[in-house]
Ligand binder design. Structure first.
Ligand code: SF4
Ligand code: SF4
Length: 88
């Protein structure tokens, strides 16, 4: 059942985070997205806490460095836009 869910296939390797000029906790944001898919009735999301020390998903300036380095080839910029619409 879990495999059938449309989760973001982020492995939390964090290769993407060091070079992000906006210091966005990219895997943390995707964890929030996946939690919401897995537990839709959970009232609270840790999104505020996850992004508290760096940028929010909407702070992405679309430089693309994260997508160049992501071993999962995730469309990070588009996924962050969706996360911003969902959580901000
Ligand atoms: S595209 Fe956005 S999330 Fe990726 S490194 Fe650039 S600013 Fe950070
Ligand atoms: S590089 Fe890709 S798989 Fe690794 S943490 Fe970043 S988004 Fe997730």
């Amino acid at each position: 059942m879990m495999r059938a869910l449309p989760l973001v296939a982020c492995t939390s390797c964090r290769y993407c985070t060091e070079g992000c000029p906006m210091q966005i906790n990219i895997p943390g944001v995707f964890r929030c997205v996946n939690d919401k898919i897995k537990f839709p009735n959970k009232p609270q999301s840790p999104y505020g806490w996850v992004t508290g020390k760096g940028g929010k998903a909407s702070d992405c300036i679309e430089c693309g460095q994260c997508e160049d380095i992501c071993p999962q080839h995730l469309p990070i910029r588009d996924l962050l836009k969706q996360a911003a619409a969902q959580f901000e």
